[in-house]
Design a protein around this ligand. Structure first.
Ligand code: FAD
Length: 305
């Protein structure tokens, strides 16, 4: 999916409350107005959001001109279940999938595959390629394939005693396996330092990964959200960033500091050669659009907040 110039894309999740449901069409419209390359729609653990993710995908595909990527996980699903889900996604016009293993359901410490299911995202990538071949036939030559498949990548966020980013070699091996299974590009987990991204990409290239690796960018404007994300992802938030946000004298100043940090991150990853930016919006257009505007990448349409 990444093109010649840096792509801009936005992650959305299916609404979790009636208020979220009411507000989401406005958010989608505001984000679509800056002409992104794609939206991606998350998929809840155990397929919990299968229906609501599908509804949001359909909304994007029918109400905007923007392609929509369906996240899909292997959690709690047999191979047959996944085959059915993929075919239904194709039926509603989805041609872009982010293939994930998924996290264990809440309360379960270890990830356990469904007895007739998959252990890694690579197997899901292989299934997607098999269904693609059955539905669309085998492609001629090196032209674009009917289905574009993204996978996850993990730059991490720790540093050694000399301040050098630590790259987990198993995540690089996992990405290589996903490439060999037929993935087209990768989108990263949250990270906070462009050096983490650059080190991960360098390690991936050294291991033979040639996939474009699109950095996932979080607007760094909300310290509560960053703390929650640290718990969820295990990626440590730099204490200096949290202190700067916590100690801001006003909410406006906190927001301004968060925007400045986000723009530094965006400029840092683009300088490191990032092929695009995938912005985690948390279903709110304002911070995502402000980051892009401040970074000089997109204008801010009026009334996005
Ligand atoms: P895999 O790549 O299969 O890796 C799983 C584990 O196996 C890892 O520990 C990996 O290191 C190891 N592994 C796999 N292959 C190899 C190999 N060949 N050699 C050595 N080790 C290997 N979760 C959701 O539930 N819903 C979502 O919508 C969602 N969206 C996400 C979007 C992005 C951009 C990202 C980065 C993550 C998202 N997640 C989502 C979270 C994701 O499901 C979890 O991080 C999950 O724990 C791992 O998924 P994966 O696809 O990276 O798994």
């Amino acid at each position: 999916m990444p093109a010649d110039s840096p792509t801009i894309s936005f992650e959305l999740y299916p609404p979790r409350t009636p208020k979220g449901e009411r507000e989401l069409p406005g958010t989608v419209a505001a984000l679509a107005a800056v002409d992104p390359d794609f939206f991606s729609v998350t998929y809840g653990a155990s397929g919990r959001t299968r229906e609501s993710s599908g509804a949001l995908l359909e909304h994007i595909l029918t109400r905007t001109d923007v392609p929509a990527i369906a996240h899909l996980t292997c959690v709690g699903a047999s191979e047959g279940d996944l085959d059915g889900v993929v075919r239904r996604l194709l039926d509603i016009g989805v041609r872009d999938v982010l293939a994930l293993r998924g996290d264990p359901p809440e309360g379960e410490p270890d990830w356990r595959p469904h007895p007739q299911g998959y252990t890694t995202a690579s197997e899901l990538v292989q299934l997607l390629r098999r269904v693609e071949a059955q539905r669309f036939g085998t492609p001629d030559g090196d032209g674009p394939r009917p289905l574009s498949i993204a996978v996850a990548a993990y730059p991490g966020g720790t540093f050694d005693a000399d301040g050098v980013p630590v790259v987990d070699p198993t995540t690089v091996q996992a990405l290589l396996a996903k490439q060999e299974a037929g993935a087209d590009y990768a989108i990263t987990q949250v990270f906070y330092d462009p050096a983490s991204y650059a080190a991960f990409v360098a390690a991936a290239r050294a291991a033979g990964v040639h996939l474009p690796i699109v950095p996932g960018i979080i607007p760094l404007t909300d310290p509560r959200r960053l703390r929650r994300l640290e718990t969820l992802t295990g990626v440590p938030v730099p204490p200096a960033l949290l202190a700067a946000l916590d100690e801001a004298p006003t909410p406006e100043e906190r927001y301004r500091r968060g925007l400045t940090a986000s723009v530094d991150l965006v400029h840092g990853v683009l300088a490191a050669g990032a092929p695009g930016l995938h912005v985690y919006t948390f279903n709110t257009a304002g911070p995502a659009l402000d980051v892009l505007a401040e970074a000089g990448l997109r204008p801010v349409p009026a009334d996005t907040r």
